[in-house]
Write a protein that binds this ligand. Structure first.
Ligand code: NAP
Length: 346
């Protein structure tokens, strides 16, 4: 099958493409084999390719990367009842599953959902990881209807999803940050206030939010703008040993557990100093949550935002774009666009 893969830990220069990669097989009887129409990238792909996660999740090479996929079910394991051959699906694969920059990928059935019917797979491929992250973050922070939320980095994949979920599902008052030229898009998505981060520090002008969503890795600044009793939910915080275990489905070693516990304690003390609760969230694969997200997309509450589309042969350029940190919405990889050619609006 065709695949883009890394040959060793490193940057985009370590990515190669082949049409003769050995065909992915169903990995177990509770898996579905997905024929990939589109894959999509997230910052974690660049970090993992460079080996920054090797203590938590070591990779052997060649390594097919990326977590997001949209495509069609090609085969189902004997224990799978929820899906059948030909289903149009999307997923955020599990940590130990082979990546999605390939013609086929075997994914646990519990990680898969039927893709939204009103959008092409090219667009919905970018939804799973960011959608799950935001949905799970708002649940972890117990966001309530009508609250004031601050979301940093509003124009990224996470931010564009978070603004829409906060506004159109939670009815929140949404404050976010972006460069000036991206402000109109974020207002169109539902932001009430957009701060140009090149001109103004958000912590100088934002006060008393109920929920600060730290997408920009500035925990202290998010704690400062949150009212007492409010919550800071961080995406680049240090996970507890328990959440690392939940994500990886394996126990982190004793030393790593101590390191995680110490790091988590230090960051959460910062928020405690400001009288807020602190939580570090890590996206967990979940077909159930993806089914809920598909419903929001079909109801028109959330639309996927695509920055750019690259052919699988040019996955290296796609990763370069991702690592530039300038993408507005998602960087998508086209693996086989002919698969979804029958798509038409319902
Ligand atoms: N914990 C988890 O499970 C999890 C899951 C998903 C993502 N994450 C993390 O969340 C972060 C966001 O990811 P992402 O997918 O949204 O992509 P991203 O590549 O971090 O976002 C790119 C966007 O951010 C904007 N931006 C960059 N610096 C900014 C700043 N200081 N203030 C405001 N906007 C800024 C850029 O706009 P300009 O071009 O205008 O600068 C660009 O549109 C990453 O750090 C990622 O690792 C964590």
């Amino acid at each position: 099958m065709q695949a883009a893969f890394t040959t060793a830990y490193g940057g985009p220069d370590k990515i190669e493409y082949s049409e003769n990669f050995s065909l992915a097989q169903l990995k177990s009887n509770d898996h579905v084999l997905i024929q990939v129409a589109n894959s999509a990238l997230n910052p974690i792909d660049g970090l993992r390719n460079r080996g920054y996660l090797r203590l938590l999740q070591p990779d052997s090479h060649p390594h097919i990367f990326a977590y997001d996929v949209a495509g069609f079910v090609a085969e189902v394991g004997t224990a799978v009842t929820a899906f059948k051959k030909g289903d149009r699906v999307y997923a955020r694969i599990g940590e130990s599953e082979q990546g999605t920059t390939a013609g086929f990928v075997s994914v646990r059935d519990a990680h898969v959902a039927i893709a939204p019917k009103n959008k092409p797979l090219l667009e919905t491929a970018g939804i799973p990881l960011v959608g799950l992250t935001v949905l799970q973050s708002f649940e972890a922070g117990n966001l309530k209807r009508g609250q004031r939320i601050f979301i940093s980095k509003g124009a990224g994949g996470v931010g564009t999803f978070a603004i829409q979920l906060a506004k159109h599902v939670y009815g929140a008052y949404v404050i976010t940050t972006a460069s000036e030229k991206k402000i109109p898009l974020l207002k169109e998505l539902g932001a009430d206030e957009v701060i140009d981060y090149h001109k103004t520090n958000f912590w100088d002008v934002v006060k008393d939010v109920d929920f600060a969503y730290d997408v920009s890795d500035q925990p202290w600044a998010h704690a400062m703008i949150t009212k007492k009793g409010g919550v800071v939910v961080a995406l680049r915080g240090v996970p507890t040993a328990q959440s690392a275990k939940n994500i990886l489905s394996t126990e982190p070693g004793l030393i790593l557990s101590y390191v995680l516990a110490a790091g988590n304690f230090l960051t959460s003390r910062f928020a405690w100093w400001y009288g807020t609760r602190y939580d570090a969230v890590f996206c967990a694969a979940s077909g159930k949550d993806l089914a809920q997200i598909a419903k929001y997309i079909e109801e028109g509450k959330i639309k996927p935002i695509v920055d750019s589309v690259y052919d699988l042969r040019n996955a290296k350029d796609a990763v370069e774009k991702l690592e530039s940190g300038r993408a507005t919405g998602k960087v998508i990889i086209s693996v086989d666009d002919t698969l979804d050619k029958g798509f038409k609006l319902p």
